[in-house]
Design a binder for this molecule. Structure first.
Ligand SMILES: Nc1ncnc2c1ncn2[C@@H]1O[C@H](COP(=O)(O)OP(=O)(O)O)[C@@H](O)[C@H]1O
Ligand SMILES: [Mg+2]
Length: 270
């Protein structure tokens, strides 16, 4: 079987800190993964490796069949779409929304720009339509709401027609309406068999869209708490261990909920 992602004992160290500790993880064609874990668990670092933006300190990371360290990452990177807060910071506020999306294609090497420009624009507008932000194509990015920006960032990450799409906390900073619109858009993406393999990073189980199939649950200190089919991994026991407190998990209507096993007021009385 050829994996979309195959991590073998991947370790990342910075100075004396171990950010990822001997991590194993395999992702196959057609899967839709949630990566869940507390703040500082190493999710963003892991996504840097999965998107060929960073090499492990030790271990082996194979992305779309190419082993990092033995491949030209500039050829590999366009095959992985990435949307993250760090990348979003570089989007100029005065750039037109359509250009935010279309310029993602400029990173692709070996293209004859003049011939492709019209096709690129058509594709960018189609992606904006999929995420219901096409009416904003001629606005500047800086004038959009946070929720609209997030959807434009995902459209941008899809511009190169990637085989793997990684979304690092797209729900961060959204209000309830914005979150629900995003969850709806991601559920549609997950249901589309033509979509790339999806990896969605979050620390809120309420942000898991219907249609996601697997979960990588990170525990403390850059370790894997559990990995596999979503319903098997997302149990109260696993989640409590990952977050270091007793938690309850509920599922209904295609969505997940989590909360402390004991209300804070009751805990305080003991
Ligand atoms: N370049 C770095 N140097 C030192 N520590 C880092 C570096 N990048 C991240 N870290 C630390 O590694 C841990 C994991 O960070 P990160 O991958 O951003 O976690 P998450 O995305 O799960 O919140 C954090 O404690 C963070 O402070
Ligand atoms: Mg992060």
């Amino acid at each position: 079987m050829s994996w979309v992602l195959d991590l073998q004992s991947v370790t990342v160290r910075r100075g004396t800190t171990t950010i990822l500790d001997s991590m194993d993880w395999q992702v196959a064609e057609g899967e839709r993964w949630i990566v869940l874990g507390p703040n500082g668990a190493g999710k963003t670092t892991l996504m840097q490796i999965a998107s060929a933006r960073m090499h492990p300190t030790a271990g082996r990371a194979t992305v779309l069949g190419e082993t990092l360290g033995r491949v030209d990452v500039f050829e590999l990177r366009p095959r992985v779409g990435l949307a993250s807060a760090a990348l979003a910071e570089h989007i100029p506020a005065d750039e037109l929304v359509r250009d935010v999306v279309v310029t993602a294609a400029y990173g692709v090497t070996g293209r004859w720009r003049e011939r492709y420009e019209e096709l690129d624009t058509a594709r960018a507008l189609e992606l904006l339509r999929v995420f219901e932000v096409d009416a904003l194509a001629d606005r500047t990015y800086g004038t959009l709401s946070e929720g609209e920006r997030k959807r434009v960032q995902i459209a941008r990450a899809l511009m190169t027609d990637p085989e793997l799409l990684i979304l690092d906390e797209p729900g961060a900073g959204l209000d309830l309406g914005g979150r629900e619109e995003l969850v709806g858009a991601l559920a549609e993406l997950a249901a589309d068999p033509h979509s790339p393999v999806l990896i969605l990073v979050t620390h809120h189980v309420e942000e898991i869209p219907p249609g996601f199939t697997h979960m990588l649950l990170l525990g403390p200190h850059g370790t894997v708490q559990a990995a596999g089919p979503l319903a098997e991994v997302l149990t109260a026991e696993n989640l409590s261990a990952a977050f270091g407190m007793p938690l309850l998990v509920a599922y209904g209507g295609g969505r997940w909920l989590a909360r402390a096993a004991q209300p804070a007021a009751a805990r305080g009385r003991h």
